[in-house]
Design a protein around this ligand. Structure first.
Ligand code: BG6
Ligand code: MG
Length: 224
């Protein structure tokens, strides 16, 4: 039985994914590096430095470690400015209802995000006090598709991994959840992921609590 839900943040609860895109685009344009939405799709769920490495594959010259740190810092500065405007109303459709429904239904909830900006984003959208645990980019060394962030979230919730459902919009996050031995609801870009246990275009189109209640006994071996 699922007793805990771990939410990815960017692209699941709030549409910061567009701000990540705009910030990388500006950094890449300043460096004369090709960057578009198709390349951006591969960055979902991936840490800042790993994202930069992927972008630099299209660079015409080699960048030193110091230069890379400078570029990551520059991108983050642009990103942090963009997220200043975030308000509770900017949560994605169905996100707030889902969080509240699960809390009321007695399901433990956590954040499992690669982002080091998680604390300030939760603060901007007024959700800081909603979660029983937070695992984010500040607490891990390996980014999705590594399962580290989800395993840490489960540990902080004091829940076994096979009682956790992850909600993800990134293919890297779906893979991370599967590697952690967890079930996963794919939304947004991950709503067509064949590896997801269940899929929904948006949290607005599904009651996660009803789904959990209607699936009291899962055949985990079959699912995985
Ligand atoms: C993930 C985003 O949630 O966080 C990625 O999907 C982003 O696009 C990653 O690169 C790291 O974010 P931050 O805020 O630490 O740069
Ligand atoms: Mg995401």
């Amino acid at each position: 039985m699922i007793s805990a839900v771990i939410f990815d943040l960017d692209g699941v609860l709030v549409s910061t994914d567009e701000f990540h895109y705009l910030a990388w685009k500006q950094m890449a344009a300043d460096e004369g590096i090709k960057f578009d939405r198709e390349i951006n799709e591969h960055l979902r769920g991936i840490s800042r430095m790993d994202s930069l490495e992927l972008i630099l594959r299209n660079a015409r010259r080699h960048y030193t470690e110091e230069e890379k740190n400078g570029l990551a810092k520059k991108k983050n500065k642009i990103y942090v400015e963009l997220i200043q405007s975030l308000k509770p109303e900017d949560m994605l459709p169905g996100a707030k209802r889902t969080v509240e429904e699960l809390r009321t239904g007695g399901i433990k909830i956590a954040i499992g995000s690669s982002s080091k900006n998680t604390p300030s984003i939760l603060n901007q959208i007024g959700l800081t006090d909603y979660f029983d645990a937070v695992a984010d980019g500040n607490h891990i060394t390996r980014s999705k598709p590594d399962p580290e962030v989800f395993l840490l979230a489960a540990k902080r919730l004091n829940k076994p991994f096979d009682e956790c459902l992850v909600i993800e919009d990134a293919q890297s996050g779906v893979e991370a959840a599967v590697s952690a031995g967890m079930q996963v609801l794919g939304v947004g870009s991950a709503s067509s992921s064949p590896q997801a246990t269940i899929r929904s275009k948006s949290l607005n189109d599904i009651s996660v609590l009803d789904w959990i209640k209607s699936n009291p006994v899962m055949d985990y071996n079959k699912k995985l």
